[in-house]
Design a protein around this ligand. Structure first.
Ligand code: THU
Length: 149
């Protein structure tokens, strides 16, 4: 079976990023954040062309809550994809709001150093970073080569 090899990491089109922004905004509205009232949405595009979304899900036992990025990654893996080509996050903070430290590491597992990560607000894209910018000199799967079988 032949498969069309499209690598969206080669500068995603504005249209593609806009689609991801809308998907992230859509899922942001469904975030369960009754404690922080800080609603976050995340949308992942994979090199296979699939889109996965996630929102933050809080819990009365606060530390058990999960971030939007974690939800999107879980959906991606459940959907059979293990590569992030583009990540878009959206939140309503006045300043640029991008992935927390823990999520940077979560994303890093499935991203490349040049994977673009868009930080959005209600007004649209506010900033774009590469994975390397958000988590420089990071630890990833390749560091374990030879240690795990
Ligand atoms: N949050 C995310 O969903 N992603 C991040 O990267 C930063 C923080 C969520 C967690 C919590 O539900 C709320 O935002 C406030 O921290």
């Amino acid at each position: 079976m032949s498969q069309l090899a499209i690598n969206f990491t080669d500068i995603p089109s504005e249209h593609r990023v806009r689609e991801l922004f809308l998907a992230a905004q859509d899922v942001q509205a469904r975030a369960y954040a009754p404690y922080s009232h800080f609603l976050v949405g995340a949308a992942i595009l994979t090199p296979t062309g699939n889109t996965y979304v996630g929102c933050n899900v809080e819990n009365a036992a606060y530390p058990v809550g999960s971030c939007a990025e974690a939800g999107a990654i879980a959906a991606m893996v459940a959907g059979g994809d293990t590569e992030i080509a583009v990540l878009v996050t959206i939140c309503d903070s006045a300043e640029v709001g991008t992935c927390c430290g823990g999520c940077r590491q979560r994303v890093r597992e499935f991203a490349k150093s040049d994977t673009p990560i868009y930080a959005c607000g209600p007004d649209g894209i506010r900033a774009v970073f590469t994975m390397e910018q958000l988590l420089p000199t990071s630890f990833g799967p390749e560091n374990l080569v030879g240690f795990v079988s």
